[in-house]
Design a protein around this ligand. Structure first.
Ligand SMILES: Cc1cc2nc3c(=O)[nH]c(=O)nc-3n(C[C@H](O)[C@H](O)[C@H](O)COP(=O)(O)O)c2cc1C
Length: 254
């Protein structure tokens, strides 16, 4: 099993890296065969998104920025699961993680990662965990990732070391690693929530009407997702009552 850890901190081997490193050690205690690969976003070449829309309209292969984006995407595809980690910087994800999200924004339209499991790790000095975890897992969900564990860890400044508090944070990390591991070894396809089923139908409706030269249209057509009989990005049983309600709601003009 291969896990890719994407560390969104501008600080090499900082707190965020250290938290994920501890997750690696905990996972290896459970299963020595788990392979870890780290990508520290500050150590690869990922240019700043220029907002030109080329990736969305024409395809990511036409992106004018020539850097490590494509090889990073290949790594994400090849991994069995991905850990996304960011520090809280001014009550948000770090700029480097935000740029990562922007550079992969086309994946919210062309969600290649459906069904892939993820863990979100957020580190902070004091506050912001809830908000940053929410925003990060929401965006990853739009790309298709299933966030099955979330760990928010507070790193007190060095002059404030409190053994009891730091043990509590470690225990939080261990508990969430266990949740992540249980999900990793569960091979059953994850049942989508009602909202996710609805999102699929709404996207299906929107992209079937899109211009045929738009990258999104071609992607959805080639995946076979524009067929009305398709209920979700991957094969999973859907209750008939849910199918009917989703179909009715998606027909409403919004
Ligand atoms: C620019 C900057 C902004 C920060 N903003 C916040 C914040 O809004 N709330 C908070 O509690 N901690 C904040 N912190 C503290 C970091 O979240 C915390 O030290 C984190 O663990 C740093 O991780 P890193 O070493 O991987 O960068 C900030 C730190 C920096 C450098």
């Amino acid at each position: 099993m291969k896990i890719l850890a994407i560390i969104g901190s501008p600080r090499t081997n900082g707190n965020t890296y250290r938290a994920v490193n501890q997750i690696e050690r905990e996972l290896n205690k459970k299963n020595e065969e788990i392979e870890f690969e780290y990508v520290q976003l500050n150590r690869i070449s990922l240019e700043l998104c220029k907002g030109c829309y080329v990736c969305i309209a024409k395809g990511e292969d036409k992106c004018p920025l020539k850097d490590d984006r494509e090889s990073l995407e290949i790594k994400m595809k090849q991994a069995d699961a991905v850990i996304f980690a960011s520090p809280v910087y001014t009550y948000n994800v770090s700029w480097i993680m935000k740029n990562f999200l922007d550079r992969f924004a086309y994946r919210c339209h062309r969600p290649e990662f459906h069904g892939k499991k993820a863990m979100v790790v957020v580190t902070t000095g004091a506050v912001g965990i809830r908000f940053v975890t929410l925003i990060l897992s929401f965006m990853l969900g739009a790309m298709g990732f299933i966030t099955c564990a979330k760990a928010g860890i507070t790193f007190a400044p060095p002059h404030e070391t409190d053994e009891k508090k730091s043990k509590k944070e470690t225990n939080k990390l261990i508990r969430q690693t266990e949740v992540f591991y249980k999900n990793l070894i569960d091979a059953k396809p994850v049942k989508p929530s009602f909202v996710k089923l609805l999102t699929f139908k709404m996207q299906q409706k929107a992209f079937s009407k899109a211009p045929q030269n738009l990258a999104d249209f071609k992607y959805w057509r080639d995946k076979g997702w524009l067929e009305k009989t398709e209920d979700y990005y991957y094969k999973v049983p859907v209750r008939k009552v849910n199918k009917i309600i989703v179909s009715l709601i998606s027909k409403l003009k919004v």
